[in-house]
Design a protein around this ligand. Structure first.
Ligand code: PHE
Length: 378
């Protein structure tokens, strides 16, 4: 019987957690997942989880792998710092998972990575883009591009397409992702002759950005780079407009969530962000995935996190099949040898640093919708 404990998503997470037992069933392969199912970045965790669960269900419907069913055990970190370490330790010691999927946000993947490395449990992050995640050790992988590439994509886009020269950068100092992406963007933008006229900072959860935006306005910039997550990005766009700032605002994959438009409204119209995938892509792989995902999840259109969540589970399963075992060291070796795996977000070949090199797409907000602008090859 296909087992996916987190299908209890619909029935409530509390019930799902209470149900978790200790001993793995003989005929199942236990894969752990940690995600921000609730709290500030719930949109990330929910979306990624839906993609991951769809993949696990599909694998089970096709007979499982290595003659066993896959059992996905999902734990919620509530988007809170510190929680991921606790729940990942629990997944390893109590639930005896053989591999871990997650997280979206880099700071939370970074909490889990040293724990997985020490326990020799392979971890595959679907969408954490900060380089430090996989630098933690040889058991830590990701199926997405990294921020040195994403920063270059947006620096070039700012210069060549938006034609901005003098930019403000507003960084979330409590997010490894934001700090890294700001750095890589700045390096490239300046190397290409651009000017960073002003740099301002905030922390996750801040709601009032008027002081930073007033300083930004006074510096006479013609664009704002905002490498943060969707909640703050939307609030910054709103408050920028309130202050009469009309320059283009642009960011990275952390902007991607329906809440960007729900919170930002008209203020996010005409803004841009880079991400990993667009549902407007008409490739056979994406078309099939769209249909399956919509059928499974009440007609919801999968975003980048969903697509990467799906790919992360499939790449892990592929490695287990090739390894012929779920033993940590062997699965690690098979993951490291991943080559030419064709998924939803492109082809995954894991390099010597355990990262994938994939194209980025640039999206704009138009009439409240996310619209594909261009694709940028690595
Ligand atoms: N790349 C972001 C991070 O590392 C997370 C993210 C991925 C957000 C994809 C949205 C879409 O923190």
């Amino acid at each position: 019987m296909p087992i996916a404990r987190s299908s209890a998503l619909l029935a409530g997470f509390a019930a799902a957690l209470a149900l978790t037992s200790c001993a793995p069933k003989k005929d199942t392969i236990r894969i752990g997942e940690f995600a921000s199912l609730t709290g500030k970045e719930a949109a990330f965790g929910q979306s990624s989880h839906k993609g991951t669960l769809l993949a696990i269900e599909e694998l089970n419907a096709a007979g499982g792998i290595l003659g066993k069913s896959l059992e996905l055990i999902t734990e919620d970190n509530q988007s809170k710092a510190g929680e991921s370490a606790t729940i990942v330790k629990k997944l390893i010691s109590r639930d005896k998972i053989v591999a871990l999927l997650g997280e979206v946000a880099s700071s939370r993947s970074l909490e889990a990575a040293p724990i997985c490395q020490a326990a020799k449990i392979p971890q595959v992050s679907p969408s954490s883009t900060n380089p430090a995640v996989t630098e933690t050790g040889d058991y830590i992988f990701r199926v997405c591009f990294i921020d040195p590439f994403q920063g270059v994509v947006m620096a070039k886009f700012a210069k060549d397409t938006l034609k901005v020269r003098k930019v403000a950068v507003l960084t979330s100092v409590s997010s490894a992702y934001s700090v890294g992406l700001a750095k890589y963007f700045k390096e490239r933008f300046v190397a290409d002759g651009g000017v960073i006229a002003v740099e301002q900072k905030y922390s996750e959860g801040d709601k009032d950005f008027k002081a930073q935006l007033t300083a930004i306005k006074a510096s006479g910039i013609d664009g704002i780079f905002l490498p943060g997550y969707y909640t703050e990005a939307a609030l910054v766009c709103k408050q920028a407009k309130d202050l009469g700032l009309t320059v283009p605002v642009f960011g990275g994959d952390g902007w991607e969530a329906p809440q960007l438009v729900e919170i930002g409204g008209a203020a996010v119209e005409g803004s841009y962000y880079s991400t990993h995938y667009s549902p407007e892509n008409r490739s056979p792989a994406v078309t099939t995935f769209l249909a399956k995902f919509k059928q499974r999840w009440k007609n919801e259109v999968p975003d980048a996190m969903a697509a990467l969540g799906y790919d992360s589970a499939m790449v892990l399963a592929d490695a287990m099949k090739r390894a012929g075992t779920t033993e940590g060291a062997k699965v690690r070796d098979a993951l490291a040898a991943t080559k030419g795996y064709v998924g939803i977000t492109g082809t995954t070949t894991l390099d010597a640093s355990r990262n994938a090199n994939k194209a980025a797409v640039v999206i704009t907000v138009k009439n409240g919708q996310f619209k594909f602008v261009e694709s940028v090859a690595p």
